[in-house]
Design a protein around this ligand. Sequence first.
Ligand SMILES: Cc1cc2nc3c(=O)[nH]c(=O)nc-3n(C[C@H](O)[C@H](O)[C@H](O)COP(=O)(O)O)c2cc1C
Length: 232
Amino acid sequence: MTDFFDAVDSRRSIRAFLPDPVPAEVLDRCLDAALKAPSTSNLQPWRFVLLQSPEARAGAVKVCLGQAPAASAPLLVALVCAPDSWRRNRDEVVRILAARGDLRKGLDTYYNRLIPLVYLHGPLNLLGWWKPAATWLTSFFRPFPTLLTRTGVRVGAQKTTALAAATFMLALRAEGFDSCPMEGFDNRRAAKLLGLKGEEEVCMFLAVGKRAPDGIRFERALLPRDWTVQTI
Ligand SMILES: Cc1cc2nc3c(=O)[nH]c(=O)nc-3n(C[C@H](O)[C@H](O)[C@H](O)COP(=O)(O)O)c2cc1C
């Protein structure tokens, strides 16, 4: 097990991989870690799709525009996010909490009253017209949560799914493995390959494996710290 800061420091986006497969137990540990990533209201809108059949893999390489990391990695993973999964996932989280006797009154109100108010945008995004105005007006009188439009729900699902991706990549590194996140892919073909339904979309593809000696294409180039860290 690598020290956390070593894992962070040595994680790089790898563009050339060795052919060695990723052992199933390593993959499982890293997925278990990723599934513990924080998510908005614990709604876990993500799905890791392991592209293990030769057809799925070949299809994914094409969908990823034949990019070098996709072509050389022994494993490709599609990280799918589902903005419209909030109701199903909310029901399941509530069921788990209730079964354990953990659904206190505040949580019950949160999941059954506040969450629908924040997430519902109605058919054809009809509430999407009213919600920004209601949020803006009410916030003059008291701090008020942003009532999400369809775009807001989508951004939240993408944002939260990216945290699962980051956790997965760091877990892989801690296990001595590597990755490359990829958003350079054909969205329409990705949806077809993965049989995506409803509002599901690919957050990113991940190439996974062990780095080849020439896997890092350039040294890290970090922006000046006073651009990226501020104190107010
Ligand atoms: C959301 C996201 C999408 C990315 N898409 C690609 C991609 O399509 N192809 C690629 O080679 N690298 C991709 N990268 C990797 C970035 O180029 C890389 O993270 C950045 O240059 C910093 O380098 P490092 O990850 O090695 O520290 C992506 C990274 C992120 C976070």
